[in-house]
Design a protein around this ligand. Structure first.
Ligand SMILES: [Fe+2]
Length: 340
């Protein structure tokens, strides 16, 4: 393209065409992250590097299908999605290329793919919340397993088995507990559901406060978003919720990631590497925590004030690669228990 434009300029030199830099630096990102805060980070990246970020948003599976269709001539340079399971599916579909070691060296091993096909950019914990008006802190379930006890019959709110956050939760249990116990757990949850699953994590929290159930499972950043929402109703709901960091005495709280990889055959792979270095760099890591209430994946970046106010917690030690690899088995298992 550059040659063509230059040639046109040479030909029209006499007509006063001043030669100029025409090759725009760009990186095309397919992303399933739906947070406005990401756009502010892209704008900062452009300011720092001059590289424009062209963002194409969609659902994780839909964007992955597109990557597969475009395999021979990819129009995306990077694929970003909000779950280890989806990242693993992209790797298995053969649409990602390994990242340079230099780009990901500062990220702990457990937060990147073992073959460097993707790297995490943020962490999120999946916790238990309860209605403080109806459940005391002492009474609240302290473990994921406790949600299956008879006392919580018809009181548990959780979204569908089609949701990748729940698939990853079950995938982590497969790694920690094995198949039989994971299946028992999932059946126990189905038995205790307050209603057939519907809506997202925030809807479960709202249903808890509306009295449809008493406890729910949700990702921490949704709680942060609700506490800081411009919608007063959302703030009120979040303020009435208590949080439990499950399994602190045993296997730790489930942690999932958002992550990014470079598309195989990408035309702007260099720019994509630069973007990934930026997103996993200290400044972007601080901002993910401060504005979207996600946990940094880089150990020397401290979480934001709200996250610190929730205290420190013990994480599961299951790596993001394993969560991804167990996704298919976990999904099958959840469906078999009748989890809608
Ligand atoms: Fe989400």
């Amino acid at each position: 393209m550059r040659h063509v434009v230059m040639a046109v300029c040479v030909m029209s030199m006499l007509a006063g065409c001043a030669p100029k830099e025409v090759a725009e630096r760009i990186v095309n990102v397919y992303t399933s992250r739906h947070y406005a805060q990401d756009d502010a980070l892209y704008a900062q990246f452009t300011k720092q590097t001059g590289i424009r970020v062209n963002v194409i948003k969609g659902e994780g599976p839909e964007l992955l299908e597109r990557l597969v269709r475009e395999k021979n001539s990819p129009s995306a340079d990077a694929y970003m999605t909000a779950d280890a399971g989806m990242l693993h599916r992209a790797k298995s579909a053969g649409v990602l290329a390994p990242l340079d070691e230099d780009t990901v060296r500062h990220v702990p091993d457990r937060w990147r793919d073992r073959d460097r096909h993707w790297v995490a950019v943020t962490k999120r914990a999946r916790v238990i919340v309860y209605n403080k008006a109806r459940v005391s802190a002492q009474e609240a379930p302290q473990t994921y397993e406790a949600l299956t006890e008879a006392k919580w019959r018809n009181r548990v709110l959780i979204r569908s088995s089609g949701n990748v956050y729940n698939q990853s939760l079950a995938a982590s249990f497969l790694a920690l507990w094995g198949e039989e116990k994971t299946k028992q757990w999932a059946s126990g949850i189905v038995t205790n559901m307050a209603r057939p699953p519907k809506g997202g994590d925030r809807d479960q929290a709202k249903a808890v406060i509306a009295g449809e159930g008493d406890v729910a499972v949700m990702n921490t950043y949704y709680l942060g978003q609700m506490l800081n929402s411009t919608d007063e109703q959302e703030r009120l709901v979040a303020q009435q919720l208590g949080i439990v960091w499950p399994n602190q005495e045993t296997t730790g709280t489930h942690v999932n990631v958002s992550g990014i990889g470079i598309v195989k055959g990408a035309q702007h792979a260099t720019e994509a590497q630069q973007l990934i270095a930026f997103l996993t760099g200290d400044e972007a890591q601080r901002q993910f925590a401060a504005t979207n209430y996600e946990y940094p994946i880089v150990p020397d970046v401290a979480p934001s004030e709200l996250l610190r106010s929730w205290g420190t917690f013990r994480e599961q030690t299951v790596g993001a690669s394993v969560i991804g690899e167990n996704n298919a088995a976990a999904t099958k298992l959840l469906i078999e228990t009748g989890w809608k």
